[in-house]
Design a protein around this ligand. Structure first.
Ligand code: GAL
Ligand code: MG
Length: 999
């Protein structure tokens, strides 16, 4: 097909495209458009459906006549619209983060540029012919030409924005042909280097709007609170097409009663008394109807204003806190194509997990998605469709040198502005949007400064931010005066505190990304939360990210779902599983990190204060007791002994209130905890009365210091150069002099070890161990050997064996020396006392403890510690101290890339039992354990969950410490307090076997 390389033309990004306007759907005058689905509008003709599409590998291969009605397209395959080629088995899956999949040679793209030739028909009747007909595309990746009945209508780009074409002149009565040629690569590709699978096609809705000759083309709605928010003003400006007309307007309040009405031509102002203000906690919407002779448009109006006061952001005059997530349009089956149902599922899960804000990373969502956020109550950062991260990958370049390559290019300036305008103008009437974002990770330069100035000017009612603006490169002195916020990503809390301590920093701080949720993680949510709760100058943050990205790979023979990530489709370049970094799985199953997040963001937090409970609201607007009540559980040594329900006192937003303890302490000795579980009082959209909103656990009485005692005994001991054999009435144990550990534990006539026991410093690296893993491997922790320098039977008291242990790996010097003393009691109980000295030249240890493999059958598990879900030193906020029972199989946590999972910290005791024996362990200081059918070597070396083979045996790790999780896959290094980096440590743990007792 002949063309003029329009897709490589940076001087004319669009042709034949209507000027930008706010998103709205006109209805026929007789229709009620309030909260109506757009599909029900008589003026809306959805063209989605089964089209035809032929994929060509380059534009020169496309037949010249493909867009003509006479063209024989009978051989063209069917193609659902909207959809992505790659999810339909076409082209290739490719996941790339920072790196451009094409040579960096803007505005040019490779000659081998796959293009999809789409054809469909639609019917036009006589009534339509007498009107204006507009063809809308809400998202096409990345560039497309449009023809109607063979006439060229124009072309457009900016994948995640709406392109509207006036097709009136080309229509005929009866059947009409619409053809679209979608190019995979274009100059726009350079601006769409977002960290995601790179997909192509018409991936959002396509529809016609049938409109009169004279109509409301665009309108803007702005609102402000007045007189201390006892009143409000709504200002509306209207722009006409086909000459100025007259409109009638009506405003309905959130309950549906008419508040006022009037007539206007181009502007009007409404004054409200005692208005209902819109917040994410109270998403009350007025409905504004704009009626012209031939149309009615409904605009939901959230009355709210957003300002800054010093370093605080105020919504309706009150300080605001964002509890946000970054969200991509991503689904393993449908790719970028997201239906209403899929979107609602995300929003429901977010509400159910106390999320109040969404950053539409890194492009605008479908316009109806934004309206869902208005309706269900989410604050949005609406981000322009811009990321040029690949500029840092040019040869010889980097973050410090070439980040501004596009931001500072004259040629790209208008394209940056175009993208910002398409975002802001489209979504300007949405109350949910409180912050505009110019894009992501694109460096800084005049292109963004000009776009920022335009945005400030066009919409002074919202905040403007751009995270990239702190990157100073290419000698350009950054002007950031157009930004209201200082926004950064992944800084550690200490950095933020330091920044805030400097009075020269006058803007509110925003962590536009933090807590990288990849795999088992994030582990630092609560530490950031402390920062947010303590520092009013921080607006909050957006966790990276909402969902794992993966593509559907079908199911295995045994029915396991296969999710594929970077490299699984043979693509280059790719970034492996770096896209599998969400709070929910690709099919929206909450990860433990999301549960953690939910409780960290609970609406109220309790603490003990002078024998009472002090409650602090983390809400900004609503009064907590209106929304929540609670139930309580009184626990004695982790076991619930009494429970009840109660009403919360009134707790004003951000305020505190006290209440007495709901119960008396038990008489019996032991640790006493009170768990308060906050429950929704009433039904809301996605949360039903009685649903849990979060909980607190308050320790009312500490346990007395536990002293484990061993019934010492002088047992039969035999030794030779290799072994030490100890036996008693019902047991016979063999210690291996070369490992310092037992290689056989026979109890009650049966061998209870499936393999030798060993000391253990390794763990299957989590995704968040990605960086430290390399250091660990350099230190040799993954191949550590133990040398037993000395091993002696001690005669002093009872039966004891002392081993001097030296831990080192090939190449390296020893990193750890330990003294282990094993004592064996009359009943076969084993007490292990360990004293370790770590060489501080080495990095922190993944963990330290003993590991044993137990034979098949040890399936039943119970423990007293942090459960019920996996818990780590820095990831236990969804857990509480208690007594839990379950199975080893249920301890498996399904991460797409297998890794360490299922540990429990803060344990006092644990027990595993098979038919005739229980193995128990207890310590006088809290320990961590992990019981699993998936040993750490398997988890370390397997790339996908669906490749894992479950073992019948049980790996049991009893650890002095398992280092925390953190979020270092992108965020800061693990905080010292969670890392096993002490130079000296000691532990004592008891374990042994017992008959199975019925519970
Ligand atoms: C950020 C980026 C995100 C994502 C994340 C890593 O730097 O803005 O798009 O790539 O890192 O998962
Ligand atoms: Mg990036």
């Amino acid at each position: 097909m002949r063309h003029r390389h329009e897709f490589e033309d940076w001087t004319r990004p669009h042709e034949g495209v209507m000027p930008n306007r706010a998103y709205y759907i006109p209805f026929a005058p007789g229709q009620n458009p309030v909260q109506a689905m757009r599909e029900s509008s008589e003026r809306f003709v959805l063209l989605n459906g089964t089209w035809q599409m032929q994929l060509y590998d380059k534009i020169s291969a496309v037949p010249e006549e493909f867009c003509q009605p006479e063209f024989d397209a009978s051989g063209y395959p069917q193609m659902p619209v909207p959809s992505c080629w790659q999810t339909q088995g076409l082209d290739q899956n490719q996941y790339s983060n920072v790196r451009y999949p094409i040579p960096f040679d803007p505005p040019f793209v490779p000659h081998q540029n796959p293009c999809g030739a789409y054809r469909t028909h639609f019917t036009v009747d006589a009534a339509m012919l007498s009107q204006q007909v507009y063809l809308n595309f809400e998202g096409v990746d990345s560039f497309f030409y449009v023809w109607v009945n063979g006439h060229r209508v124009g072309y457009s780009q900016v994948s995640h924005s709406t392109s509207e074409f006036d097709v009136t002149p080309y229509l005929v009565e009866g059947e009409n042909l619409l053809t679209v040629l979608v190019m995979k690569w274009s100059v726009g590709t350079y601006l769409e280097c977002q960290d995601k699978f790179r997909m192509s096609g018409i991936f959002r809705d396509v529809y016609l709007l049938v409109r009169p000759k004279q109509y409301i083309r665009d309108f803007g709605v702005r609102t402000w609170g007045r007189e201390n928010y006892t009143r409000a003003v709504i200002q509306v400006g209207v722009e006409w097409n086909g000459g100025e007309g007259e409109l009638e307007w009506e405003l309905y309040d959130p309950q549906g009663s008419l508040v006022c009405q009037g007539e206007a031509a181009t502007e009007f102002t409404i004054h409200l008394e005692q208005p209902h203000f819109w917040t994410a906690e109270t998403p009350e919407l007025y409905q504004l109807l704009l009626r012209t002779e031939a149309e009615v448009i409904c605009q939901p109006v959230g009355v709210r204003d957003i300002t800054t006061k010093g370093r605080q952001v105020l919504l309706n005059g009150k300080p605001l806190r964002l509890k946000g997530v970054n969200r991509h349009d991503s689904d393993p089956v449908t790719g970028f194509t997201i239906s209403y149902e899929q979107a609602l599922k995300d929003l429901a899960l977010m509400k159910q997990h106390n999320v109040n804000a969404i950053r539409s990373s890194h492009y605008p969502n479908a316009p109806w998605f934004v309206q869902m956020c208005d309706r269900y109550g989410f604050y949005m950062i609406d981000e322009a469709d811009i990321e040029c991260h690949g500029v840092t990958e040019v040869f010889g370049g980097g973050d410090e040198t070439t980040f501004g390559l596009i931001a500072q290019s004259k040629e790209f300036e208008p394209l940056i502005l175009d993208r910002v305008q398409r975002c802001i103008i489209r979504d300007k009437n949405s109350p949910a949007v409180i912050i505009w974002s110019l894009g992501n990770e694109s460096g800084h330069g005049p292109g963004f400064e000009k776009a920022g100035i335009w945005g400030r000017d066009y919409d002074p009612t919202r905040l403007m931010h751009y995270e990239g603006s702190w990157h100073q490169t290419g000698g350009h002195i950054n002007d950031t005066s157009m930004f209201d916020l200082y926004s950064r990503m992944y800084n550690e809390p200490a950095f933020v505190r330091e920044w805030l301590a400097n009075p020269a920093n006058t803007k509110p701080f925003l962590l536009v990304e933090y807590c990288h949720a990849m795999g088992n993680g994030p582990g630092d949510l609560e530490d950031y939360e402390k920062l947010f709760l303590e520092e009013p100058g921080v607006l909050g943050g957006f966790v990276w990210e909402w969902c794992d990205h993966a593509v559907d790979g079908g199911v295995t023979a045994d029915g396991r779902r296969k999710f594929l990530y970077g490299g699984d489709s043979g693509e280059f370049p790719h970034d492996i599983n770096f896209c599998v970094d969400g709070l929910v799985s690709p099919d929206r199953i909450p990860h433990t990190g999301l549960k953690e997040l939910k409780n960290v963001w609970r609406p109220v937090r309790a603490r003990l204060c002078d024998g009472e409970i002090q409650l602090r609201s983390t809400l900004d607007f609503a009064e907590v007791s209106q929304l929540a009540e609670y139930r309580w559980e009184l626990q004695l040594d982790g076991v619930v002994v009494e429970e009840g329900r109660g009403e919360l006192p009134a707790i004003p937003a951000r305020g505190t209130a006290c209440m007495p303890l709901p119960c008396a302490l038990p008489q019996q000795p032991g640790r006493v905890d009170l768990r308060l579980v906050y429950l929704a009082r009433t039904d809301a959209d996605f949360v039903k009365a009685g649903d849990e909103l979060g909980f607190d656990q308050l320790t009312l009485r500490q346990a007395e210091k536990r002293e484990l005692v061993l019934q010492s005994a002088v047992l039969a001991v035999e030794e030779d150069d290799e072994e030490i054999r100890v036996s008693g009435e019902n047991f016979a144990y063999v210690l291996d002099r070369f490992t310092g550990c037992f290689k056989s534990l026979v109890w009650n006539g049966a061998e209870r070890l499936a393999g030798p026991m060993g000391f253990n410093v390794w763990r299957a690296p989590t995704d968040n161990d990605r960086k430290i893993r390399r250091v660990w491997e350099q230190a040799g922790y993954d191949r550590a050997q133990v040398r037993v320098a000395d091993c002696q039977v001690l005669a002093e008291e009872g039966t004891a064996i002392r081993c001097e242990l030296v831990f080192a790996a090939s190449i390296r010097q020893p990193f750890l020396r330990c003294t282990a003393v094993w004592r064996i009691g009359a009943d076969g109980t084993i007490a292990l006392k360990l004293e370790g000295k770590r060489d501080e030249v080495f990095p922190f240890l993944p963990r330290f403890g003993v590991r044993m493999m137990l034979p098949a059958g040890f399936e039943q598990l119970d423990y007293t510690g942090y459960g019920p879900q996996e818990s780590y030193l820095d990831k236990k906020n969804a857990c509480w101290f208690g007594h839990f029972a379950g199975t080893v199989s249920d301890e498996y946590v399904n991460y797409i890339k297998p890794q360490e999972h299922g540990s429990h910290v803060g344990c006092e005791q644990m027990r595993l039992h098979c038919a005739d024996a229980a193995l128990w362990a207890a310590a006088d200081q809290p320990f961590s354990f992990r019981a699993s059918h998936y040993p750490q070597e398997l988890l370390t070396s397997t790339a996908h969950n669906f490749e894992l083979k479950k073992s019948d045996e049980v790996e049991l790790c009893l650890d002095y410490k398992n280092s925390g999780i953190g979020s270092n896959s992108c965020g800061p290094v693990l905080a010292d307090e969670y890392a096993l980096k002490e130079s000296e440590f000691r532990m004592q743990i008891f374990f042994g076997f017992a008959p199975v007792t019925a519970e």
